[in-house]
Design a protein around this ligand. Structure first.
Ligand code: FAD
Length: 413
């Protein structure tokens, strides 16, 4: 008599819909396009995922790191996962399931090994070695924390199209420990077109770890009111409009904090190169303010900022930024639509300041942070490559070192 064939077991990769903040990082990172989403959930296609783990370290919440042993023929489909409100419970496998990797999975592993190496992710998946330890996911969709609005004002010229607000949230007696470079999630009230609660939107902290006002349990955000979609058509951004319209003493539901890699170094004399556009200035403001509060100690190194906007009046925090001492921070403003001036982008200024950039890059105490529009990543990398090439140095070697040592970080959206 023929022995029954063992049942194939799959270690299925799943995303926890209750913790996921729909930031798209996993979909962008996946080298084999196994991750997809709809307006409800981000999900992993079991027929494509090869378990390479490339998406796991960059996920700010850890929602990506969920696995279930299932019978391969009964794996949760993409359609199943798109409809989930929570992860299914673990189920026991049938007695005849083969606990060793089933032939198909072994074949997957071989196929994965034979595949070309995944495209290199531009930024580091680890924080700088000396970064302070961040808390993440203290508050979730099921257990959000209530913050009170203690300030909300516009930080771009009233006559410009770019309506960006500085919003201060206070947590009172409740613990909400954060570090510069982390973000929080905001749960906007109301429901989406399907009648489900709106998912959380993520916002970078604009204030340092000890509060927007030092010693207070508060933090600030830099929020751009979305009135157009990425294609320029009229749109009403759910969360950004909600936030920009908040009044003092209104309350907000917050989750987080999130992020364990885009963190500043915590050792004396570390240098920061900060490259940003628009609201990408939020984490740079947090890091700059952290450093400013340390002026007079031997803690801080050199700070170099490349900041892009269309005009000075569309540049958030322009006034306070220009008041910072020149021997504390080297400010380089790239304006692309200032009347009577040639168009300049951050990458142009990086090239112009090649000597100083190279000097900082040669120092192992230097970390680079890039935040803002999605498209800026390529331009910045090209400029850095060129700066190194001009001196006959190989950018690809340095790039690899910067990634490995947690010294090059991107946050674009
Ligand atoms: P939605 O209702 O989600 O979208 C409305 C429409 O506008 C959609 O068509 C959408 O595709 C489009 N759209 C969404 N965002 C934009 C945009 N920025 N520009 C043009 N069209 C858009 N935003 C900030 O303002 N400040 C921050 O500090 C900040 N930090 C972030 C950090 C991270 C890690 C991530 C992933 C995102 C961050 N964002 C930040 C973006 C923010 O999370 C929201 O996506 C943004 O506020 C739009 O949300 P919304 O609900 O208003 O728009």
């Amino acid at each position: 008599m023929n022995a029954p064939l063992p049942v194939e077991v799959l270690k299925q990769h799943l995303i926890d819909p209750e913790i996921c903040i729909r930031c798209n990082t996993c979909e962008e990172t996946c080298p084999v396009d196994a991750i997809t989403h709809d307006s409800n959930n981000y999900v992993v296609d079991p027929d494509i995922c090869n378990g390479c783990m490339a998406c796991v370290p960059p996920c700010p919440t850890g929602s990506i790191d969920n696995w279930r042993l299932v019978v391969r023929a009964q794996a949760y489909s993409v359609q199943d996962q798109l409809g989930w409100e929570e992860l299914p419970k673990e189920t026991s496998l049938p007695a005849d399931a083969d606990a060793a990797p089933a032939p198909a999975q072994a074949a997957d592993a071989q196929a994965a090994a034979a595949m070309p190496a995944p495209a290199m992710v531009a930024g580091a998946a680890v924080p700088p070695w000396s970064a302070a330890h961040p808390y993440v996911n203290l508050y979730t969709h099921k257990t959000p924390i209530t913050a009170t609005v203690v300030g909300n004002y516009r930080v771009t010229g009233a006559d410009t199209e770019s309506d960006i607000h500085h919003i201060v949230l206070d947590f009172g007696e409740q613990p909400f420990p954060v570090l510069e470079g982390q973000s929080i999630g905001i749960l906007p009230p109301g429901t989406d077109a399907q009648g489900r609660p709106h998912h959380a939107r993520q916002y970078s902290l604009a204030s340092p770890r000890d509060g927007e006002r030092a010693g207070y349990n508060n933090l600030s955000l830099t929020v751009k009111r979305v009135t157009q979609d990425h294609g320029g058509a009229a749109a009403h951004g759910v969360c950004s409009n909600y936030l920009c319209d908040l009044a003092r003493n209104d309350t907000v539901q917050v989750i987080g904090p999130f992020g364990h890699t885009f963190l500043m170094p915590n050792h004396p004399r570390a240098n920061l190169i900060m490259i940003c556009t628009g609201t990408g200035s939020a984490p740079m403001r947090a890091m700059t303010e952290r450093s400013r509060r340390l002026i007079g100690t031997n803690e801080i190194g050199k700070l170099m900022l490349f900041f892009g906007a269309r005009t000075e009046r569309e540049l958030p925090y322009f006034g306070p930024l220009m008041k910072l001492p020149r021997d504390f921070i080297d400010i380089n403003l790239a304006l692309s639509r200032e009347a009577g001036q040639p168009k300049r982008y951050v990458q142009d200024l990086i090239r112009e300041r090649a000597g100083q950039v190279r000097e900082l890059l040669a120092d192992r105490n230097t970390c680079i942070y890039v935040c803002g529009l999605k498209g800026m990543e390529v331009g910045v990398l090209d400029a850095l490559r060129e700066v190194m090439m001009q001196a006959g140095e190989d950018w690809s070697i340095l790039h690899d070192v910067l990634r490995r040592e947690g010294r090059l970080h991107f946050e674009t959206y």
